[in-house]
Ligand binder design. Sequence first.
Ligand SMILES: [Zn+2]
Length: 118
Amino acid sequence: MTDRSDKPSTGRRRFLSGLGAGAAGAAMLAAGRPAAAFTVEPATGTAGAVLENALAEQRRHLAFRAEVRTEMVRQGATPERIEQALALMDCPICGSRLGPDSISALPASERGEDTARG
Ligand SMILES: [Zn+2]
């Protein structure tokens, strides 16, 4: 008899310890993500992978904002009007508002693209 009820699930424990294995776990998580159009910088550990996910989502917001802005400029909207509209729109992917906060984690060099043109 080797029934040890105090350790019910060694399989699950092995899975969790695999996730905690730093770079290997992060690489596994990264491999499970859909391919993106931009280059993903190497992430160190799970925290790095989480940060990369957040940045990827914010880059999507940047692209949505650019699309909306281009269309509204074409319709003759003022920059103020465009910002008001963006602040009321939701990201179709994650549901967060597309206001300025939706790109606040991006480096200034990338946020620099997010300006009213024309
Ligand atoms: Zn989003």
